[in-house]
Design a binder for this molecule. Structure first.
Ligand code: SF4
Length: 217
């Protein structure tokens, strides 16, 4: 018999509790000290490893302090400063476009609303959610990255493939107080155990709670 919504909700809560116990130190994975730094790091993190982003931003944030610094830098110089990151040319352009919009529309400051953030070039709902939750402590949704998408589907918490659909399902299953931490926990578990290929189900703390959708048994 199919699970009822209430049963899925209870299962989602149990999953969360086990992940919290398993990864008590899980935290946001990109280094930043202000909203602008998080915006830049988030743009750099697309299809790049967090460690690589953090290594590049450690130097980058010493050189570029304001949105204007990025907006007015010669493109070649910015590209050179980002060269160790995948797709650095496109990302240099994206950072400049977003920072020019910040200077033109927001006095150089990163806005703190979903509406204004998602109007910035190159900033989608995932990045906006990450900035709002982690830089402003304003939780409006759930960051759906590749780990959250993969785990949510395997666990049977969503049948959607698109990030918006996955986010809606997770928001309906878990209380808002958990939305910020969930992606941190799922990322930790997605890296350690529920890996894209060959997930380690026999030694997974969620084994008895997991539907294993799409996982070969
Ligand atoms: S049981 Fe397997 S598919 Fe389910 S969360 Fe654990 S590793 Fe992933």
């Amino acid at each position: 018999m199919d699970e009822t919504m209430e049963q899925t909700r209870q299962r989602a809560q149990q999953i969360l509790e086990r992940l919290k116990a398993q990864y008590p130190d899980a935290k946001y994975y990109l280094n930043f000290s202000n909203p602008l730094e998080l915006l830049v790091a988030a743009i750099l993190s697309a299809q790049a490893r967090d460690e690589a982003v953090n290594a590049v931003t450690a130097e980058l944030f010493q050189k570029y302090k304001t949105a204007e610094d990025y907006a007015t830098a010669p493109l070649e110089r910015l590209e050179n400063d980002l060269r160790k990151i995948n797709f650095y040319r496109n990302k240099a352009r994206a950072i400049q476009a977003a920072c020019r919009a910040l200077v033109e529309r927001h006095g150089g400051r990163v806005p703190d609303t979903m509406e204004a953030l998602t109007k910035l070039p190159g900033v989608g709902r995932k990045t906006a959610n990450a900035i709002l939750a982690n830089a402003f402590d304003k939780v409006e949704g759930i960051v759906v990255d590749t780990h959250v998408a993969r785990l949510s589907r395997r666990l049977g918490l969503t049948a959607h493939d698109d990030p918006e659909g996955i986010e809606r399902d997770l928001m309906a299953l878990l209380p808002k107080s958990e939305w910020k931490r969930l992606p941190w926990l799922m990322k930790a578990h997605g890296r350690a155990v529920c890996t894209p290929r060959a997930p380690k189900c026999p030694r997974c703390v969620l084994n008895d709670l997991c539907s294993k959708v799409g996982v070969q048994r």
